[in-house]
Design a protein around this ligand. Structure first.
Ligand SMILES: Cc1cc2nc3c(=O)[nH]c(=O)nc-3n(C[C@H](O)[C@H](O)[C@H](O)COP(=O)(O)OP(=O)(O)OC[C@H]3O[C@@H](n4cnc5c(N)ncnc54)[C@H](O)[C@@H]3O)c2cc1C
Ligand code: FES
Length: 279
């Protein structure tokens, strides 16, 4: 019988530094057939491990249309992630997955897409943003609102510039603590609201960031006319198995690893009171 916990060996192909504590790793499975057939959707995650160190869930930051490799953007937060940051191209790493549900995509064709992220919250949205930009004609306006503590902590700095140049696409950036060369906005991501003209009746919002940011973003989205069922939020919980067996990630009756990590606000509103982390 197949053991679901056994990860697949993979090799780090390249490493891109995003900020002082965050790097993007391009990773390919060792088995060529697996590398070519590995299928995932934006919003899903993999369990990443270094043998003898540990394992952690990390969102897939690449675009599913690009086959043969995955990109994972990882913040050095603790024992495992700091050890991964020491790894270089050519080094081995292990992955299992993909796990979890995904953001609605094909089913929202024709609608305006609004991405709101804070800090390390942009990587889980990146695959979706890239898929939407490649299929540009299928959607209405695309607006990306992104905030970080400092200019250094913005991920994908070059891509943000490219996205801004694309047709019918708007990118708004803000930081809490500007440096001398920063020319963008200053303050929390909701400060961008009026500038980005966020009013809509049928837009789809995708939100990822720290819980306090999510709370205020959702309040603003509701005031701007977004419907509960059109607001999608990806949640981070402590996880062990990633496959609905250990119970580490449950919120009431839901497992974040299998029922999520993406939930609509309409779903989150129904979560038990003590677990209403964002509402
Ligand atoms: C579905 C999902 C997707 C994720 N995607 C990403 C991603 O794309 N990039 C990324 O850098 N991180 C992501 N994370 C968070 C990542 O899994 C944790 O940072 C990682 O487990 C830390 O492992 P560690 O051994 O390095 O740190 P540890 O030594 O275990 O912990 C270091 C610190 O991080 C805190 N921590 C650990 N796990 C979590 C968690 N799940 N939520 C909040 N705090 C935590 C601990 O309390 C501690 O303060 C994701 C988590 C989930 C559940
Ligand atoms: S992480 Fe084990 S049940 Fe979700």
């Amino acid at each position: 019988m197949k053991n679901e916990y056994i990860p697949h060996p993979a090799v780090i192909e390249s490493v891109q530094t995003e900020s002082f504590d965050t790097k993007t790793f391009k990773i390919a499975f060792e088995k060529k057939a697996l590398a070519e057939s590995f299928d995932y959707k934006p919003g899903q995650f993999v369990q990443v491990s270094l043998l003898g160190v540990g394992e952690a869930p990390i969102s897939i930051a690449s675009c599913p249309g690009r086959k043969g490799f995955l990109e994972l953007t990882i913040r050095a937060a603790g024992k495992l992630t700091r050890a991964i940051h020491q790894r270089e191209p050519g080094d081995k790493i292990h992955l299992r997955g993909p796990y979890g549900n995904s953001f609605p995509f094909e089913e929202v064709a024709g609608k305006g897409l609004y991405f709101i992220a804070g800090g390390i919250g942009l990587p889980p949205l990146r695959g979706l943003i890239k898929s939407a930009l490649y299929g540009r004609g299928n959607f209405g306006k695309i607006k990306i609102l992104y905030g970080a503590k400092t200019p250094d902590e913005l991920c994908f700095k070059e891509e943000l510039k490219t996205w801004k140049q694309m047709d019918n696409t708007e990118v708004y950036l803000t930081v809490d603590e500007p440096n001398q060369s920063w020319q963008g906005d200053v303050g929390v991501v909701t400060k961008l609201w009026d500038k980005a003209n966020m009013t809509t009746s049928d837009g789809i919002a995708y939100v990822c960031g720290p819980p306090i940011m999510i709370k205020f973003v959702v309040m603003n989205l509701l005031k701007s006319g977004f419907k509960d069922e059109n607001i999608y939020i990806t949640l981070e919980r402590y996880m062990k198995c990633g496959i609905g067996k250990c119970g580490h990630c449950n919120i009431g009756e839901k497992f974040v690893c299998t029922d999520g990590p993406v939930f609509s606000y309409a779903q989150l509103k129904e979560f038990p009171d003590k677990e209403k982390t964002i509402t």
